[in-house]
Write a new protein. Structure first.
Length: 235
């Protein structure tokens, strides 16, 4: 479970609570919509629509999530994306209901759009797999965090927790000790229901509401909503 899966689920859970929610796909993989009802990555999106109003590209699904897809990649637009403040200006030009939640699915740090997204965000969530590989990449992750704009609030979400695996149990324990107060207290467990849901273009709580992954994601979405002071946060 990675950034895109997490972004789609958080956006859907917020929208289903009545929170006006816009999910923006900033990743060239253009895959966010696959969890939100689309059967294939959309060719149309904000990336090919440079120079047009972003709102013209928005879609909405049955859960009430408004989605701004990335769309097909076009190299001719890349220079504009690196301009400081470009993303913030685009978001400011959107016609959003008051109190809206924006969920931004980004490429990995330190990609320019990821750094711009962090500049706009109330909370930047870094997704870390609970594995031995992640333990070996901690210095690189800390270097990326050091490049976040000053004052940005950030937190770490751990994914791939698996109590059946001794290596993953140990990795989870070590990562908890390393990240401490920055850690979101809802590790996301490995669960086959996530892939089953993706095959149906659904979020896992829509496909298997009693699954471990659905429970984990509900807790994580509650934590994020409260951390960001959203109106739809659970009491």
């Amino acid at each position: 479970m990675g950034r895109t899966t997490l972004a789609a689920h958080v956006a859907t859970l917020l929208a289903q609570r009545g929170q006006p929610t816009l999910a923006i796909d900033l990743s060239p993989q253009n895959a966010l919509g696959l969890h939100l009802g689309l059967q294939a990555p959309p060719a149309s999106g904000w990336h090919p629509a440079q120079g047009r109003w972003w709102g013209d590209c928005a879609l909405e699904n049955s859960a009430g999530v408004r989605l701004l897809p990335h769309g097909a990649w076009s190299g001719s637009a890349e220079a504009a994306l690196h301009a400081p403040g470009w993303l913030q200006a685009q978001i400011a030009g959107l016609d959003l209901p008051p109190g809206s939640a924006l969920v931004l699915d980004t490429p990995p740090l330190p990609a320019p759009l990821a750094l711009q997204a962090a500049q706009c965000a109330s909370l930047a969530v870094l997704v870390v797999d609970a594995s031995v590989r992640s333990l070996r990449l901690q210095d690189a992750l800390r270097d990326a965090i050091a490049q976040l704009p000053a004052g940005v609030r950030w937190a770490v979400a751990l994914t791939g927790a698996d109590p059946r695996s001794a290596a993953r149990r140990e990795a989870l324990h070590t990562l908890r000790a390393q990240w401490q107060d920055h850690l979101i207290p809802y590790p996301l467990h490995a669960d086959e229901h996530v892939q089953q849901a993706l095959a149906q273009a659904l979020c896992v709580h829509q496909h298997a509401p009693q699954s471990q992954a659905a429970h984990d994601l509900q807790g994580l979405a509650d934590w994020i909503a409260q951390a960001c002071g959203l109106d739809g946060a659970a009491p």
